[in-house]
Design a protein around this ligand. Sequence first.
Ligand SMILES: Nc1nc2c(ncn2[C@@H]2O[C@H](COP(=O)(O)OP(=O)(O)OP(=O)(O)O)[C@@H](O)[C@H]2O)c(=O)[nH]1
Ligand SMILES: [Mg+2]
Length: 283
Amino acid sequence: MGIDTPATRNLFPVEDSIAELGQLATTAGAEIVGTVTQKLDSPSPSHYLGKGKLHELGDLVLAEEATVVFFDDELSPTQQRNLEAALKVKVLDRTALILDIFARRAATREGQLQVELAQHEYLLPRLAGQWSHLERLGGGIGTRGPGETQLETDRRLIRTRIERLKRDLEAVRRHRSLHRRRRAVRGVPVVALVGYTNAGKSTLLNAMAKATVLTEDKVFATLDPTTRRIKLPSQREVLLTDTVGFIQKLPTHLVAAFRATLEELAEADLLLHVVDISHARAS
Ligand SMILES: Nc1nc2c(ncn2[C@@H]2O[C@H](COP(=O)(O)OP(=O)(O)OP(=O)(O)O)[C@@H](O)[C@H]2O)c(=O)[nH]1
Ligand SMILES: [Mg+2]
């Protein structure tokens, strides 16, 4: 489900955006049975889409026996709650979907820390009615202070966890910057491969470095940066870094959480932009 608003029309048309949402959903394991879009001046604060469209969507959910509806933007906690109440199925927004894919893909400790931080920050304002998500946190029993409700306790636990994750990530960041400084001293230039997700960055790294990084026709196959030393035809050595791909409407929590990874880019000597030439908007 997506909406077509004047604010996004020229930047990222709803057809492209909804196609990408479908690709994200498929990557996460869903099967698409239908899509609905609506032209609106701006999203409705209560339900994101209009009343009539909501009915149409509800009918489609019933007819197709859908179990989840994906929304193409980040929903406010209120919109999400209202939509779940109206549609009586699970409602996931673009952010939750991307977070879910990232959570499955994170392979290194740093990647996992970054994803967990983003998940907790997304979850915090949406806590009411999301009890099932909290089971993983565990350890809640017996730590509740006097007079606190379960919700307050959960919020406190999550805030504590967020602080902890930020500290751990800070340590990772310091370690990385030391690493980079050492590389700089040795004078080996860094070339970073950047570009849209699924554009072919890892394939290019593999070809140039004779490496075996995972490549797949799925979005976000790569989350953690990989660096390989290669020799150019001129015999000059450079470090080639493969990075996480970009996507439209990237959740702000993820941008912040992936700062450590993105810092690699800021300090590269050359950014090599990889573009999928078969993409409609490649030119
Ligand atoms: N036909 C064709 N397919 C390619 C080319 N380069 C990559 N692919 C395919 O495109 C898909 C995505 O390639 P990846 O290298 O995983 O892309 P990526 O940019 O690393 O993607 P993420 O890590 O998911 O962001 C894979 O199925 C590749 O086999 C190419 O030059 N031609
Ligand atoms: Mg890749």
